[in-house]
Design a protein around this ligand. Structure first.
Ligand code: SF4
Ligand code: SF4
Ligand code: SF4
Length: 357
């Protein structure tokens, strides 16, 4: 797979999985574009909730979460507001123990919080991320300005409130003997010892069966023996694991996190080089004020990456997300728009691995 250099777009938990893949095994992901993420919803439960409003997924043109409501812009151009206090019950359980808002292990984090309409907040975290943003500014793909202090404070405040709320949930889960392994402060040596004894069965009991799985598909991608399959709701195995294999447990973003990737909950938005607000000069449609689309366009145009790993919507099932690998900008533009449910984002990389072998 060495000829593939992939830019991945993902939520904080998916970006953490990509970071663990990079840390522990090989992966063709070269650039990580992380999205801001407050919560995510179960597709099935969302469908059920819509029924209470006499709506179906296919009636919806656009979703937006703002100021305590889910705004549904319908194809009829009407808008329906669902209070988040009602939608709370359809939030995926794993999101209630998530302390990351801004994708802290990405190269560049992108979201709307703190920026005015048409602009996006961008957090540059790595030298690679800085080079990409500087190149995109120089080649007039984007323009940037400083994020004003009040907006920066707002971003931090929202990130802090997510950490605080979900740390309380984590405490409750731990009290109920439902471990939240990714928040354990262990040394790398002690993690190595735990990993040496873990297998899929431990992933099942410590993550999947207790509502901590983010359904990213990293375990399925990493399993050399192709024993893991992800159905719509969770990973399952179809066979016996060889002794001494612990890869799935190791790469999962909800098991122990190595020291250099672990979130520091006292830093609300994590470590960064620069925070700015950015506007696209190339695209007007797409995720987060088109900035994701525009950065991917810049990366592909300049052959910095060969493909982008993105999430699109199924044609046959409205708003059902699925991951795809593409080098075509028109496909990236078409996939724009935030999807508020999850899919195994590493699936196309698994397919790629199988094609090569
Ligand atoms: S666990 Fe949920 S809230 Fe956290 S990053 Fe993933 S999808 Fe978003
Ligand atoms: S073979 Fe290894 S990676 Fe695959 S399911 Fe078993 S323990 Fe996990
Ligand atoms: S169990 Fe697999 S799909 Fe679930 S979070 Fe862990 S790696 Fe991702």
């Amino acid at each position: 797979m060495s000829e593939h250099k992939i830019a991945m777009v993902g939520t904080p938990c998916e970006i953490m999985a990509a970071s663990k893949l990079q840390h522990y095994i090989n992966s063709p992901i070269d650039v990580k574009l992380g999205l801001f993420c407050m919560e995510n919803f179960s597709y099935k439960y969302f469908e059920n909730l819509l029924k209470e409003y006499d709506l179906k997924m296919e009636d919806i043109e656009k979703f937006q979460i703002e100021k305590g409501f889910i705004f549904l812009l319908l194809k009829t151009k009407e808008t329906v507001k669902i209070p988040l206090s009602i939608a709370k019950r359809i939030i995926r359980k794993n999101c209630n123990i998530c302390v990351e808002l801004t994708s802290e292990t990405s190269d560049i984090s992108i979201g709307s919080i703190g920026s005015q309409d048409g602009w996006s907040t961008v957090i540059i975290r790595t030298e690679k991320g800085e080079e990409i943003i500087n190149g995109a500014i120089e080649e007039k793909f984007i323009e940037s300005k400083e994020l004003e202090e009040p907006q920066f404070k707002l971003l931090n405040k929202i990130a802090e409130s997510k950490i605080k709320k979900n740390l309380e949930n984590i405490e409750r889960r731990e009290f109920l003997a439902r471990p939240v392994l990714y928040q354990r402060n262990k040394s790398d040596d002690s993690i190595a010892k735990e990993l040496a004894e873990a297998q899929f069965i431990d992933l099942k009991s410590n993550v999947i069966d207790i509502g901590a799985c983010v359904l990213c598909g990293a375990c399925e991608y990493a399993c050399q023996d192709n024993l893991i399959k992800i159905d719509d709701t969770k990973p399952i195995t179809k066979g016996e694991c060889p002794q001494n294999c612990n890869t799935c447990f190791t790469v999962c973003p909800r098991t122990f996190i190595p020291e250099d990737l672990r979130n520091d909950n006292s830093k609300a938005i994590g470590d960064y080089i620069k925070v700015m607000t950015v506007k696209s000069l190339k695209h007007t449609q797409g995720q987060d004020g088109s900035i994701v689309t525009t950065i991917l366009d810049y990366l592909l145009t300049n052959n910095i990456v060969t493909e982008a790993l993105i999430v699109d919507k199924e044609d046959y099932l409205a708003w059902k997300p699925y991951a795809k690998l593409t080098g075509k900008i028109d496909e990236i533009i078409k996939s724009g728009g935030t999807k508020y449910s999850v899919c195994p984002v590493f699936k196309p990389l698994k397919d790629l691995k199988e094609e090569v072998n």
